[in-house]
Design a protein around this ligand. Structure first.
Ligand code: NAD
Length: 480
């Protein structure tokens, strides 16, 4: 039996069709109302997230509850609605007379959303809210590690939205596959290995897919950095949510000149940060494997896992510097200068985010152009995923989807061009294909390529040619 009842898919489709016919302003009202329900049930969300992921209450509140209020507000407000505004296009009245063209954005239909366990409320919401605003229905497949959080999201949406618009599909791989098969467009957030399988399944069915995958994100600390802010930010970026963040700081490159004082501060703060256990036994095994591999290759450690561990003298080919750890391990490596730090950070299969720490803000903004990452933060880290306007996207194996903002909306909708023509004269490229037609095309190319006085001189000829062409077409239409 399929992991997804076909009746549920039929309901989602029927509900979507009616929802898409509602005016945008009405759908936006629902989104704002959802924000109120979500706020009212914030305690329940935090509680179930903590119970299912073992994360701290602070991590649950600051990442899975608090930022979502802004999410409902932004998409339900003017800025979010503007992402769906029809876009009239400018057209030359001379070359294309009496026509107007407008791009409309229409929903894709049923969005299949497959999500991981690390932020089991925040990650689904980032796609559900804009997807629904656009007029789609959503099939949400939460991680099998966090089914109750998924069910609670379903309940919250059901308080406000018509039945069938959001369907929560529980289960593991088979449920994910069924969601892919039923959806019109797939948004997948998770590991590279699973993302690859989902992409292949979508390709077989010629379905579009957005992939938000893993990371091995780096922080680069310049010699002129405010070391106190840098150390505090980097430690938070590395061990908050126990390091189980796709944008977690998993590598630090520090200019040699400040390596020792920075390291000392990081060791101190990491030892005092307090780290909850990772969510699953499988995740725990990966973290231990990376730690053991680094130590076997000669790395030195301070701190002891399951707490935060700062690693130094880690050889470049160690797993902990190359594969996603998703745990509270923090390898710190000296580099001769900032450019070398960015080059080392770029040398990765992944490219999700990068943080630069320096007092020279203009130089940092210039160097940010060299970073192979979808998000670069200067003197901050990892938090921009919570900004509804800010595109979140990856390079390389970090995937090719965009979450948040108007660019995410372009993935959750399809463009439709409507061209309206009031022209009663035939178009120059319509029949008959005569010598005169070819001459007009040739003259027009010459006119388009010309400049200055030459162009002016050719204008008259082209206008005359157009007139003659219309006359020729009229004769042809009259059978003469
Ligand atoms: P995962 O890939 O194991 O699972 C993700 C989801 O896919 C789950 O819901 C799972 O049930 C489902 N799934 C498994 N096999 C499937 C299949 N064959 N077809 C369809 N669905 C299938 O990931 P995880 O361990 O739950 O999450 C951790 C990963 O997520 C990390 O790699 C992390 O970097 C990544 N992540 C990325 C982002 C981002 O925005 N780039 C955000 C958070 C997490």
């Amino acid at each position: 039996m399929s992991a997804l009842d076909p009746e549920l898919v039929a309901q989602a489709r029927a509900s979507q069709a009616a929802w898409a016919r509602q005016p945008l302003a009405r759908r936006a009202e629902h989104i704002r109302a959802l924000g109120k329900v979500f706020a009212r049930r914030g305690d329940e969300v935090a509680e179930v997230v903590v119970a299912e992921t073992k994360k701290s209450a602070g991590d649950a509140w600051f990442a899975d509850v608090l930022p979502n209020l802004e999410l409902f507000d932004w998409w339900g407000g003017a800025a979010g609605q503007a992402t769906l505004a029809p876009e009239p296009q400018a057209m030359s009245r001379l070359k294309l007379p009496k026509k107007r063209a407008t791009i409309y954005y229409e929903p894709r239909g049923v969005i299949g959303l497959i999500t991981p366990w690390n932020y089991p409320a925040a990650l689904p919401l980032r796609t559900m809210v804009p997807a629904l605003l656009a007029g789609n229905a959503v099939l949400l497949k939460p991680s099998e590690v966090t089914p109750r959080t998924g069910a609670l999201l379903g309940e919250i949406f059901a308080e406000v939205l018509p039945a069938g618009l959001v369907t929560v599909v529980q289960g593991a791989r088979e449920a994910g596959e069924a969601v892919v098969d039923a959806a019109d467009h797939v948004v997948f957030v998770g590991s590279v290995a699973t993302g690859r399988k989902v992409a292949v399944r979508c390709a077989e069915q010629l379905k579009t897919v957005s992939l938000e995958l893993g990371g091995k994100d780096a922080a680069v600390v310049f010699a002129d950095a405010d070391l106190e802010r840098a150390a505090h930010g980097v430690v938070w970026g590395a061990v908050s949510n126990s390091g189980q963040n796709c944008a977690s700081v998993e590598r630090v490159y520090v200019e040699q000149a400040v390596y020792e004082p920075f390291l000392a501060r990081v060791r101190d703060l990491a030892a005092r940060a307090g780290v909850a256990p990772v969510a699953t036994d499988a995740q725990d095994a990966i973290v231990r494997r990376h730690l053991d591999d680094a130590v076997a290759r000669g790395a030195k450690t301070s701190g002891a896992y399951p707490g935060a561990v700062v690693l130094t003298d880690v050889p470049a080919d160690a797993e902990v510097l190359n594969d996603e750890t998703f745990g509270p391990l923090l390898p710190v490596t000296p580099v001769p200068d900032a450019a070398a730090g960015i080059a080392a950070a770029n040398a990765s299969r992944y490219g999700l985010t990068m943080s630069l720490w320096t007092r020279d803000l203009d130089r940092a903004e210039r160097l940010a152009q060299d970073a192979r990452a979808g998000v670069v933060t200067v003197n901050n880290v990892a938090f921009t995923g919570a900004l509804p306007f800010a595109p979140w996207s990856g390079r390389g194996e970090s995937g090719h989807g965009v979450t948040n903002g108007h660019l995410a909306m372009r993935e959750l909708t399809q463009p439709k061009l409507v061209l309206v023509d009031e022209n009663d004269a035939p178009e120059a490229w319509w029949h008959p294909m005569s010598e005169q037609a070819v001459q007009l095309a040739r003259d027009t190319v010459g006119w388009l390529a010309a400049t200055g006085l030459d162009k002016l001189g050719r204008t008259v000829g082209v206008l005359r040619g157009m007139k003659q062409r219309v006359a020729e077409q009229k004769r042809w239409l009259a059978g003469k």
